[in-house]
Design a protein around this ligand. Structure first.
Ligand code: HEM
Length: 409
């Protein structure tokens, strides 16, 4: 296998330059978008409500405000309510509080629900001390702590034979482009998403409210737009690497030996990707697809309800036996959005935790690993220790293509 080092290095530089160019373009468009948004917000702040706008201002003593005509949903005739200002009908308000839906004559049917009771549960779920933020934060810290302990005990996994100086191509430019598009977009999405969940508590004390507002507006724009790059990269990576990530018997042997991660001198044979990497690949693909779908549902509110149908399918698969009750399949548009928001956050947090481990092992945790995605060329000894079967295959292929070629050089 010929090395073609300088040519590949040039190609590596081109990939790096195009990735930086893409990042710069995203940044410049973000700045433009933010300045337009700020101008729009300033313009709106001087808009006054029309004179005939309905007001919630307190009434003068004895004054009665006539409410709009509403009627219970269904076929019941529409009739004015018997509400006389403060002499309100307790039963009616009780029903409203419990989330009863009435009819409205305006196009927005969601307005027929005055109080959405399920919203209280949703609000609690993502409140400051709610489970989403608490367990999400704990999971991220647990992974960081685990990696720290792993580093203390195992140190940086070295190339045991030392570097041979012989390089072998591991990833083609298009593969590295797909990877870095996925990585950069994911990191931007993760940071801007974490800011929505924790930023108020963590950043306001450091930067103040105004700077936090600017950061969050920028983050929101980045989150809504960079998501498309992430989805594109996800498809690219899936198409390029799916064949190398199908399970095989070598994975069982690799797992039985803990991948050699915990013991020096142990190198279970592996093909292009080992079982640990396959786990990362499928987590990224499946969780990435789910976070994308729920994200699109949030991006176009009420246009893409996902959960009633999903719950129906889960019910038909017998999830009741595990859950204890069938999942609700009659969801209001608001409930659909709430489920999408909670699910999007849970899946994103799970991905963040997994990707932190991946970033560690692909950079600090293992000598020689970063080169695979940096220049695309890895040291022969690294490749033999971590992907022995893949090296054998590459050597056979190159010997078949060019019988005079030196193996893996
Ligand atoms: C800046 C952080 C990152 C670094 C340093 C990094 C590094 C690497 C390296 C070195 C490889 C190749 C390993 C090999 O040769 O076998 C790789 C593969 C891969 N990366 Fe990353 N990566 C980063 C971020 C990400 C992110 C954010 C994602 C996904 C959201 C991701 C997804 C993948 C996948 C799916 C693979 C193939 C499977 C695997 O090797 O685990 N990477 N990465």
């Amino acid at each position: 296998m010929s090395l073609r080092r300088s040519k590949l290095r040039r190609r590596g530089m081109m990939i790096g330059i195009s990735a930086i160019g893409l990042a710069l373009a995203i940044f410049l468009v973000s700045v433009l978008q933010i300045s337009l948004t700020v101008n729009e917000a300033l313009a709106q702040s001087s808009v006054r409500p029309p004179d005939n706008a309905v007001t919630n201002a307190p009434m003068a003593p004895g004054e009665i405000r006539v409410p709009d005509a509403v009627a219970p949903s269904g076929d019941a005739p529409v009739a004015p309510l018997d509400i006389l200002g403060p002499n309100s009908d307790a039963t009616l308000w009780g029903e409203i509080r419990q989330g009863s839906t009435f009819t409205v004559s305006i196009p927005d049917r969601k307005a027929a629900t005055l109080v959405q009771s399920e919203g209280v549960a949703w609000e609690r779920m993502r409140a400051q001390n709610g489970p989403l933020r608490t367990y999400g934060g704990m999971a991220i810290f647990a992974m960081l702590a685990l990696l720290f302990v792993f580093y203390l005990f195992r140190g940086r996994i070295a190339i045991e034979e030392g570097r041979s100086g012989i390089l072998i191509e591991r990833f083609k430019p298009v593969e590295r482009f797909g990877h870095w598009l996925l990585a950069v977009s994911f990191i931007l999405l993760a940071l801007s998403g974490l800011n929505l969940l924790y930023g108020r508590d963590l950043l306001i004390p450091i930067f103040g409210k105004e700077a936090f507002a600017t950061i969050t507006m920028a983050g929101k724009w980045i989150h809504n737009n960079v998501a498309w790059a992430f989805m594109l990269a996800l498809v690219l990576v899936f198409v390029m690497w799916v064949v190398h990530n199908l399970p095989s018997m070598t994975d069982i042997r690799w797992i039985m030996k803990g991948g050699g991660l915990f013991t020096e001198g142990v190198h279970p044979p592996s093909k292009k990707f080992n079982a640990g990497q396959k786990l990362i690949f499928w987590s990224v693909i499946l969780l990435g697809a789910s976070v994308s779908l729920s994200g699109v549902s949030l991006l176009f509110p009420y246009e893409l309800p996902l959960f009633a149908k999903t719950f129906e399918i889960l019910n038909s698969l017998g999830v009741e036996a595990v859950w204890g009750a069938p999942l609700a399949t009659e969801l209001t548009p608001l409930e659909e959005m709430q489920y999408a928001q909670i699910w999007h956050t849970i899946v994103a947090l799970a991905m963040i935790v997994i990707v932190i481990a991946h970033i560690y092992i692909g950079s600090l945790g293992m000598e020689g690993a970063f080169d695979a995605m940096g220049s695309g060329m890895v040291d022969y000894n690294w490749a033999e220790e971590h992907h022995g079967l893949w090296v054998e295959k590459m050597e056979q292929e190159s010997a078949g293509a060019d019988p005079a070629a030196t193996p893996a050089e």
